[in-house]
Write a protein that binds this ligand. Structure first.
Ligand code: SAH
Length: 362
């Protein structure tokens, strides 16, 4: 039996753990700082705690980050981490160093229940919500190996490039509200990971009640909305959640979301060849978003054999983007990355699952 994990506990849980060990409340701040600011991986390394306290704390608790079982490096520098969790669920994290920015893409659920028609994670199915330790552990692991945004003295020199963290890996963060928000608090806390809110983006299909709650949180990340269609009929065909939370309401609520200073709501639009990539679709999107304080991120589909759609033609991507720009909608196009290592959206995880389910015959 493993001892309860300190990593992942918020201030209250830490206070309770320390009280159990007979320690005064001021220790909470010290332990919290070791866990999330300095990010040591043993209780023994918390050197400003008295030896006796480290010993008694160590009898009851430990510090465990999720276990990396596979690291893959793409020709373009993209790094993919596969984590095996304690119940053998697997999740993925991707680190994307681009020319002028670095991005860490993390998961919030093992699998996903939403079943969007073009998404491999949805096709593979849903397992469970991640715990704060599993969400924070992904960031801690990548930051340990890559010096993005590191400022405190014990670390390597800071990487000078802009960087950000996106909750765009496996799962729907707003269906795992408590753990997601608990993790965001520790990530954005200057005494924790110290990630400025504008550098953190939560991507969601728009679970309306949870989105309203997020908008009312005292500190909020940036917001990206998975739209993927310019009209409700098409969106319903691609994303079953449209039935419950219609895009009109989602767009309205997103445009009212209080973004952090310097931020802007993003609408993600996966382009599927011949399905949602025509000039008429682009014009309809302009009608809905022209002149609003938002931007559209066009994402050419990352195709895979299991996905029943194909990538858009490059000319269609260009034409779509040009129509948005001409219609007063800010637009960017996401380049595909890490394709040789299946870094896109659940692919490595799926390959593994298939390999376990059906070993190749001799
Ligand atoms: N559930 C959240 C976050 C995870 S998905 C959400 O839906 O926003 C993160 C992004 O990856 C979404 O915009 C999703 O639509 C996109 N995506 C999923 N599968 C993709 C694929 N095969 N190619 C390109 N983008 C994909």
């Amino acid at each position: 039996m493993s001892r309860p994990n300190l990593f992942g506990m918020g201030p209250e849980a830490l206070a309770a753990a320390l009280a159990d060990a007979g320690e005064p409340a001021f220790r909470v701040k010290q332990v919290y700082g070791w866990l999330y600011h300095r990010r040591v991986q043993t209780i023994a390394a918390m050197t400003n705690l008295p030896k006796a306290l480290r010993a008694s704390l160590g009898e009851r608790h430990e510090v465990r980050w999720p276990e990396v079982t596979e690291r893959t490096l793409s020709f373009d520098g993209t790094r993919k981490y596969l984590f095996r969790l304690e119940d053998v669920a697997t999740i993925e994290t991707v680190y994307l160093p681009e020319d002028e920015r670095r991005t860490i893409c993390i998961s919030t659920q093992a699998g996903c229940p939403l079943k969007c028609a073009f998404c491999l994670t949805g096709i593979a199915g849903y397992r469970r919500n991640l715990k704060p330790a599993e969400i924070l552990g992904q960031v801690a692991t990548v930051m340990e190996e890559h010096p993005v945004g590191q400022t405190h003295p014990q670390r390597r020199e800071a990487d000078p490039f802009p960087w950000n963290i996106v909750m765009m890996g496996m799962g729907e963060p707003l269906l795992n509200y408590e753990a997601t928000v608990a993790s965001l608090r520790v990530l954005m806390d200057p005494k924790g990971f110290g990630v400025p809110p504008r550098k953190l983006t939560l991507s969601t299909v728009g679970i309306l009640p949870a989105l309203a709650k997020l908008a009312a949180e005292p500190v909020r990340p940036n917001l990206a909305i998975s739209l993927h269609a310019s009209d409700p009929g098409l969106r319903r065909a691609l994303m079953p959640i449209e039935e419950k939370y219609p895009m009109g309401d989602v767009v309205d609520m997103a445009l009212r979301y209080p973004v952090p200073r310097g931020g802007r709501v993003t609408f993600e639009y996966v382009l599927l060849g011949g399905v949602n990539d025509s000039p008429a679709h682009a014009r309809e999107l302009v009608r809905r978003l022209a002149g609003r304080h938002a931007k559209v991120n066009l994402i050419p589909l990352n195709p895979a054999p299991e996905i029943p759609f194909h990538a858009p033609r490059p000319e269609a991507v260009d034409a779509f983007g040009a129509l948005l720009a001409a219609g007063d909608v800010r637009v960017s196009v996401r380049r595909a990355r890490g394709q040789d290592i299946l870094a896109a959206c659940g692919q490595l995880h799926l390959k593994k699952a298939a390999a376990t389910a059906a070993p190749p015959r001799p």
